[in-house]
Design a protein around this ligand. Structure first.
Ligand SMILES: NC(=O)c1ccc[n+]([C@@H]2O[C@H](COP(=O)([O-])OP(=O)(O)OC[C@H]3O[C@@H](n4cnc5c(N)ncnc54)[C@H](OP(=O)(O)O)[C@@H]3O)[C@@H](O)[C@H]2O)c1
Length: 280
């Protein structure tokens, strides 16, 4: 049996942090794809303290920056022959219009475009593994608004629609991966972890809005462990979660814009063109 390898984006905080701490117990090697190497080093120490036999490799990857994603993917392809499980978890939220280094709306760039490119580059390695798993962390916010053109550089900024569209994009990515690669044995799951009180948006949202929203939502929020468990379950139970949308662990049909096939087609085609790729 070959070494089992887990790769995860956004492991340094929130739901990804909760998930990787649990999942490190059942993989031989963990690839931490993080933008902040100091936080990555700290997490590496923590994981090694909990399980001395695990190997932890740090890969610098800023999902908002396509050059950084390309560089990380190249490094991974040069170093490893397979990845058993890729978890696309990193995400951000902002209440002000911001642009990525490539000029895209920042939530769309980070939550969707960076992950699309990373997944495109790493799918061959995942298909070359025993588990062949991709977990895409999306959100029920995918229902917030239908996708609208221009997809990546919207003329008017809306924090709710912008975040929702970036998460609708990740849902489309999961659906597309399932359609194109399940025949080759790929196990894809789209996960909504539930409402979890994490640091999401902490540095990007007006503190007054954040405090108000946090207070209003706190009674309805799940714990970090509960949120992380939705990812852990998807990884550990591929038969149950293969090719489905897991809403806090419950398999649910996708609704509204999530099942707009024609829009998905245009959006994925536009992504391929934007990233100069011929296929996912
Ligand atoms: N929290 C919720 O209620 C909720 C609900 C539904 C879906 N989600 C989804 O769950 C996922 C995790 O969110 P969370 O709530 O755990 O957020 P979080 O606590 O803010 O953690 C986000 C993680 O993503 C990383 N990240 C952010 N921007 C990045 C970038 N440009 N490049 C690389 N990594 C980046 C962060 O790195 P740093 O440590 O360097 O900041 C951190 O590790 C996201 O996809 C989010 O959309 C969350």
């Amino acid at each position: 049996m070959s070494e089992s390898i887990l790769a995860i984006t956004g492991p340094t905080a929130g739901i990804g942090y909760g998930a990787v701490k649990v999942l490190a117990q059942s993989f031989d090697r963990i690839l931490l794809l993080n933008r902040n190497m100091e936080k990555g080093e700290k997490l590496k120490e923590e994981l090694l303290e909990a399980k001395a036999e695990v190997t932890v490799d740090l890969i610098k990857c800023d999902l908002s920056d396509l050059a950084s994603v390309r560089f990380a993917a190249e490094m991974i392809k040069n170093r490893y022959t397979h990845i058993d499980c890729l978890i696309n978890n990193a995400g951000m939220f902002t209440n002000a219009k911001k642009e990525s280094p490539d000029g895209y709306e920042l939530m769309m760039a980070t939550n969707y475009l960076g992950h699309f490119l990373l997944t495109h580059e790493l799918v061959p390695l995942v298909l070359n593994s025993e588990r062949k798993q991709v977990i895409v962390v999306t959100s029920n916010a995918y229902k917030a608004a239908p996708m609208a053109e221009p997809f990546f550089k919207p003329k008017r900024f809306s924090m709710v629609k912008g975040y929702g569209r970036s998460k609708l994009g990740t849902l489309y990515l999961a659906q597309e991966l399932h359609e194109q690669y399940s025949g080759q044995g790929l196990n894809v799951t789209a996960v909504h972890p539930g409402l979890v009180a994490t640091d999401i948006g902490k540095n990007n949202v007006d503190p007054r809005i954040e405090t108000l929203v946090f207070k209003l939502l706190k009674p309805f929020s799940a714990t970090l462990e509960e949120g992380a468990q939705t990812i852990v379950s998807a990884v550990e139970e591929p038969d149950k979660y293969r090719g489905v949308f897991s809403d806090k662990g419950i398999v649910k049909p996708v609704e509204m814009h999530g099942s707009d096939f024609a829009m998905r087609r245009s959006f994925i085609d536009a992504t391929l063109e934007e990233l100069d790729l011929s296929a996912l």
